[in-house]
Design a protein around this ligand. Structure first.
Ligand code: FAD
Length: 479
């Protein structure tokens, strides 16, 4: 009898990374079965705002592997199969498939079920109300911003699209006004997308600055870029309700924030108020969750149940700076953890790696990156004695065309001098400079050590003192 397969739940970043690595590395005759409840596999959530904006032509451009590519790798991919339960006392999952329910036994199981977007307190059932978490949301949003009669894409829509949902918006005019609720990275990227499509955009953010985890200095750079492009920013402004009539969004009610408290008429609303780990099936199957609500895992992605692993947006990971379990749902984290679990299940024990929450976002020509513990509040909560400095320095030699102001914030622990985190923002290749800081965090460098780093200098790329080095120099002086 064939041994039970390695079963993976979820056919995107973490799940397919694991399955692909497993088939390359396996030293036994086990199969790998990937159960995906949707139609899409191997897709990039991260590119969906740019598809809505029109910078990406086709949804298929956002996929890495087609179902046929996956099958060619020797992976038994079953789309339209939802795992509804994890048997509490034996190694099998309950699956609802197109031909009914069945039990799928496993030798090892990877839970890679991702996350779900939260609706907040809002009723998002009327036409014109959206979250953005998946390819079908992206298709519907692109239909919303495409003038009636124009095709959504050059050529046919991919088979996997929820066509009925997208076609709901096919004959509607492009919205005149849109409310974006939430100023995290999805809200910022979508504000740009709607504005580029010609809509008047109102972006509401309950805290007093955008992208809170990037800190106020980086957020201000993004806010200026959005305001310059005509986006109405309501910082400190809370949307209290989505208004609708006749099954369509007609406006939002908001508490005013820094602006006029009257209800605002809009034709559509995009709610980006956060996501939650999709850990329900695992938890009901007796798998322990961490404080964050995501699945608790060890450094190999193993959960509290033998032979059950978790990776990606549904799982915690160890923070590079604090060493504590944390939940940072990001793309590289998911791909890397999935790949490591695939290797481990195949027999090559591979740690999933730590996370520093390194992330980047753009708003028109401004961009920002962040990593580690940004700002003093987060660092103090983690038990450090933080000191923070923000500097503004040139991105290239001042005489070289294209030089632009770059804002760098670095935070360090005063007693040890250890670097804890930072952000970089500006208009000239600023976001990617955060990788220098992220690498320093991974290596556990002090600010003095970062200041001595041998970074590249040539006028078209950087001044003699790279902006990150300038910030390290100033912070070191303060320490
Ligand atoms: C709009 C947007 C923009 C983003 N931009 C960035 C970015 O710029 N940079 C970055 O690092 N990250 C970004 N992310 C986050 C990144 O996309 C995720 O971290 C990554 O996709 C997580 O991969 P995953 O495999 O864990 O989960 P997912 O990609 O969500 O995949 C999980 C899969 O599991 C399936 N599934 C769930 N439950 C079941 C079940 N019970 N049975 C069967 N199948 C199931 C789902 O259908 C889904 O296909 C963005 C996310 C969004 C939504």
């Amino acid at each position: 009898m064939a041994p039970d397969p390695f079963v993976v739940v979820g056919g995107d970043a973490a799940g397919l990374s694991a399955a692909s690595k497993f088939v390359r590395e396996r030293s036994d005759s086990r199969d790998v079965v990937v159960l995906e409840r949707g139609s899409w596999v191997s897709y990039a959530h991260c590119g969906t705002p740019y598809y809505v904006k029109g910078e990406v032509d086709s949804l298929l451009d956002l996929t890495t592997l087609s179902p046929d590519d996956v099958a060619e790798r020797g992976i038994d991919l079953r789309r339209g199969h939802e795992v509804t339960a994890l048997a509490p006392d034996h190694d099998a999952v309950r699956v609802a498939g197109p031909d009914g329910a069945f039990d799928q036994p496993f030798s090892d199981l990877l839970v890679a079920t991702g996350a779900t977007a939260t609706d907040g307190p809002f009723d998002l059932s009327p036409a014109g109300a959206f979250t953005l978490h998946g390819m079908d949301d992206a298709a519907a949003l692109r239909a919303l911003v495409t003038p009636p009669g124009e095709p959504l894409e050059d050529g046919d829509l991919p088979d996997a699209v929820d066509r009925a949902r997208a076609e709901r918006y096919a004959d509607d005019p492009v919205p005149d006004a849109v409310a974006v609720v939430g100023g995290g990275y999805v809200g910022v990227e979508m504000a740009e997308a709607f504005a580029a499509r010609g809509a008047a955009v109102h972006l509401f953010q309950r805290p007093d600055h955008l992208v809170p985890s990037f800190g106020p200095a980086a957020a201000a750079v993004l806010a200026d870029a959005l305001a310059d492009a005509g986006v109405h920013l309501h910082l400190g402004g809370e949307v209290t309700a989505v208004r609708s009539a006749g099954g369509r969004v007609t406006g939002v009610a908001h508490d005013g924030g820094s602006d006029d408290p009257t209800p605002l008429p809009v034709d559509a609303v995009l709610v980006g108020v956060g996501i939650e780990p999709a850990a329900g099936v695992a938890a009901e199957g007796g798998v322990a969750l961490g404080d964050s609500g995501a699945v608790a895992v060890d450094r190999y992605g193993r959960t509290s149940r033998p032979n059950v692993y978790a990776a990606g947006d549904c799982a915690e990971a160890r923070h590079v700076v604090t060493g504590d379990p944390t939940w940072v749902p990001l793309g590289l984290t998911a791909n890397r953890a999935g790949r490591a679990v695939g290797a481990t299940v195949a027999g090559d024990h591979t740690p999933t790696g730590g996370v520093a929450g390194t992330a980047a976002v753009k708003a028109f020509d401004a961009e920002a990156g962040r990593t580690g513990l940004v700002g003093e509040e987060a660092a103090r909560e983690a038990g450090f004695e933080p000191v923070t400095e923000t500097v503004r320095a040139g991105s290239r030699s001042g005489y070289y065309p294209g030089a632009a102001e770059t804002t760098v914030t670095l935070t360090a622990d005063a007693p040890t001098g250890r670097l804890l985190g930072g952000s970089v923002a500006g208009t000239d290749r600023a976001a990617i400079r955060i990788d220098t800081v992220a690498t320093a965090l991974e290596a556990g460098l002090t600010v003095a050590e970062l200041e001595r780093a041998d970074l590249a200098y040539a006028p078209p790329f950087s001044p003699v003192w790279d902006p990150v080095l300038v910030a390290a120099k100033v912070l070191h002086g303060r320490l």
